[in-house]
Design a protein around this ligand. Sequence first.
Ligand code: ZN
Length: 425
Amino acid sequence: MWEPEAESRPREALEQQTLDGLRRTLGHVLTRPAWRRRLGDAAPGDIRGPADWARLPFLTKDDLRDAYPFGLAGADPERIARVHMSSGTTGNPVVNPFTRADVEQWGAVMARCYAAAGVGARDVIQITPSFGLFTGGFGFHYGAERIGAMVVPIGAGRTSLQLQLMRDLGTTVLAGISTYPLRILEVAREEGFDLGALRLRVAILGSEMWSDDLRRLIERELSMTTFDILGMTETGGPGLGIDCAAHAGIHVWEDHYFCEVVDPETERPRADGEEGELVVSTLTREGLPLIRYRTRDLTRVVSRAPCACGRTHLRLDRLRGRTDDMVIFRGVNFYPRQIESLLLKQPGVGHEYQIVLDRAPGGSDRLALLVEAREGFVETGLPRLRQELREVLNLSPEITLLAPGALPRPPGKAVRVVDRRQVVE
Ligand code: ZN
């Protein structure tokens, strides 16, 4: 462990620390007029436990967009050392202003994450998310410097060069977006690159939902152990938590973040073990303190008991999708990950896919599934794929088979669902 005392603190002490942190965050934001308007007459002294906290209003992504750029900042511009932001494909980006202390906090939680993944000073860490406004690159970088590893801060893209450097510099740890290893595998295949020449042993991946099946594929094909890291621009980048060597859930650093799981529709708390939307409050962030931020990510509390690794911080399940990517098609609800899991089990089908929804001129909804398949799949695999989609998910999409490599590979997150049903023609 990087900070053994903090990471293995007994639950009772941890919960007291959380309560103190919640009160501190509330007291801090109440010094800001925009927050006072949001929170009315709330007072730190009224917070005696999670039930009191649950009476405070949620903060949404739209609230943060509307507050662009510094409307809900917790510090004045002269104390802001840096800004990061989410890509604003629609509307304003969400800006997270970091104070000097926030940059330090980020390095500290990232160092813990590396230690949880068994990464240390002797490792060579290749950082493949971009360095820039996106939070990925820098977070991995600060943590890597803290633990004293050798850093290869290459950033995003240039996969041929990535492979060459991995081999020539003896990279042992890959830090990246969760689908990036798939791109690495593709380029290696295209170029006849010998993956056996690599010394990779660990990958720390996050930022996109990735199914257990995809995880197994990556571990098998690249002969490494993967660790699932949590965090987003709003919470201060990657470092909210990570799974440990026990792979029994993702430890969330409870001395920095308070997590709730709520029913996305009724907004009531979900019992431990039940799936719901992750809601995050920050205990130590200054530039953008969060009070009950609705992440739209779906997960559940796996356990609050001490883990086999010795850490006591609560464990969440790996993210299972987002509240806004649930697809409803003719009354059937499904998540893209369910289709992904089915596809990855079919021999002859690639890992890229796209779900396209549109509305026929007559008004009925249509569902198409685009997949990349090797020659011969029509006869050998297609009937089985159709049958499994029908039996497991109750779906009968039109399936279009494409040549391997035909679907677009965007540089950032993959586009799994294209919904054209709302377009008025
Ligand atoms: Zn553990």
